[in-house]
Design a protein around this ligand. Structure first.
Ligand code: ADP
Length: 246
């Protein structure tokens, strides 16, 4: 079977400290896979290895069957890997329609040229509008991004990743910092992502994880601790003890 993502014995040491220890994790094509674990478990390190921000100390990473362990960050993006960031990195002064149109034009190889004739390329605008509507940003797409509610800004980060037409989307805590009354919006939009995009979600919010994921992997002290369905993980006494603090 070819996996969307497959790590084999992936390890990362900082000095003598092993932040990721022999992690072999497989994400099936089209999966809704969640990676959970307490603070300091090594989730961010794992994402940084997957995206090529950090080189592993040992082990390998395959994407859609291809070994990408030594492929650059940009090379992984070109092959269909996209990520969102935990920290808001959006262009505060642009509107969502400008942000997404620019990303789509960039993907099509005409970013700067498109920018200099804003509004002229209707195919780019049409695709941007469709994507923003799908992410529940349709009513706010011409507003300055800095003025959007925080949950909407998080959704725009996902829309920005989706503008790259990824095969594999890495979502890094999309609900972090989102106020309670906006969380269902984030959850709905994450659940409405197209089926042909494989999603690996790193998230603390258990409600989101349990309603979204079809498979959950638990990382503890850098190593895979348990894997299974929502039913299995949510009822596992060890996981409850280690992760949920019960
Ligand atoms: P998580 O995202 O699950 O909270 P991290 O991957 O951020 O976990 O961190 C895992 C462990 O690795 C932590 O103990 C952290 O202090 C350590 N760590 C992460 N990055 C570095 C680094 N660049 N240098 C040294 N230690 C690091």
């Amino acid at each position: 079977m070819t996996f969307a993502l497959e790590t084999t014995g992936l390890s990362k040491s900082f000095g003598g400290f092993e932040a990721n220890a022999d992690v072999s994790l497989s994400v099936a094509k089209g999966a809704r896979h969640a990676l959970i674990g307490p603070n300091g478990a090594g989730k961010t390190t794992f994402i940084n290895l997957l995206t090529g921000v950090l080189p592993p100390t040992s082990g390998s990473i395959r994407m859609m069957g291809e070994d990408v362990t030594r492929v650059s960050q940009q090379g992984r993006v070109r092959r269909g890997m996209a990520r969102t960031y935990q920290i808001n990195q959006l262009f505060a002064d642009l509107s969502p329609i400008e942000t997404i149109s620019l990303a789509i034009a960039e993907r099509e190889g005409s970013g700067a040229r498109w920018w200099n004739r804003v509004g002229k390329d209707s195919a780019v605008i049409d695709e941007s509008e469709a994507l923003l509507r799908r992410m529940k940003l349709g009513a706010m797409m011409t507003r300055r991004t800095a003025t959007l509610p925080y949950g909407k800004q998080r959704l725009l980060e996902i829309a920005l990743a989706m503008a790259c037409k990824p095969k594999l989307l890495l979502l890094d805590e999309p609900a972090a910092g989102v106020p309670e009354d906006e969380r269902h919006d984030v959850l709905d939009s994450v659940e409405a992502l197209p089926d042909d995009v494989t999603v690996l979600l790193i998230e603390h919010d258990m409600e989101l994880v349990f309603s979204f994921a079809d498979k959950i992997s638990v990382l503890v002290q850098g190593a895979l601790y348990a894997e299974g369905s929502v039913e299995e993980i949510s009822t596992d006494p060890h996981v409850k003890a280690v992760y949920l603090g019960e």
